[in-house]
Design a protein around this ligand. Structure first.
Ligand SMILES: C[S@@+](CC[C@H](N)C(=O)[O-])C[C@H]1O[C@@H](n2cnc3c(N)ncnc32)[C@H](O)[C@@H]1O
Length: 189
């Protein structure tokens, strides 16, 4: 993603996606099969004790499921996303689960985080880095992490044939600016 007009377009796309279930039909079917549950359990197994940890969910989207799990594990979570509708949806889900004291959903550009240096023990994200300019996002993540803090992401890999098939079957589920991560992205990471 390159400039402000691209960012506005990205926010608009995900604002609309939040209200248009037809565009995420296949993704939602995979979720019904336990796809996200399996991934979140794997995430949890890597994270250890989250009690009292300050966690940033980077590019939280509209499902609220990851922030929900993190908060239930005792973390203090900030959930940030560029799309106002996604943030509102996350807010509603957390409110319905009585977790708003532990989670603050915020509309924010993850390339320009409005947090002081060393604010978080952990930054987590799912399918977000590949929407951003890594050379801008990575230093921001590093800046807001406390010394010894962790960053944990799950991202689409351009080298995965199953993922590439899924992407070909669902062209309307994404914007033009993103790309699944490549080996040169990994070198930068
Ligand atoms: C594929 S969705 C993933 C959302 C969520 N992490 C999930 O797994 O459901 C990508 C998300 O990135 C957000 N996004 C794109 N560019 C962003 C930026 N510059 N800052 C913050 N969020 C951004 C979009 O609004 C969208 O919610």
């Amino acid at each position: 993603m390159l400039n402000d007009s691209h960012k506005k377009q990205e926010a608009r796309f995900f604002d609309q996606l939040t209200h248009d279930a037809s565009k995420t039909k296949l993704y939602d079917r995979l979720n019904d099969l336990g796809f996200q549950e399996a991934f979140i359990s794997y995430f949890e197994s890597l994270l250890g004790d989250l009690c009292g940890q300050q966690v940033l969910e980077y590019g939280c989207g509209n499902y609220g499921d990851l922030s929900l799990k993190l908060a239930r594990a005792g973390a203090r979570v900030t959930a940030a996303d560029l799309s106002g509708e996604s943030v509102r949806s996350t807010y509603r889900i957390l409110k319905a689960n009585g977790l708003l004291k532990q989670v603050a959903p915020l509309k924010m550009d993850c390339e320009v985080l409005c947090f002081a240096d060393a604010s978080f023990d952990l930054v987590v994200g799912r399918a977000i880095l590949h929407h951003l300019r890594l050379e801008v996002a990575l230093p921001e993540i590093r800046r807001v992490l406390k010394p010894g803090g962790w960053a944990l992401f799950i991202e689409p890999m351009g080298t995965n044939p199953c993922l590439n098939l899924y992407r070909r079957l669902t062209p309307h589920s994404r914007t033009e600016d993103e790309h699944p991560l490549t080996s040169s992205d990994f070198k930068m990471l």
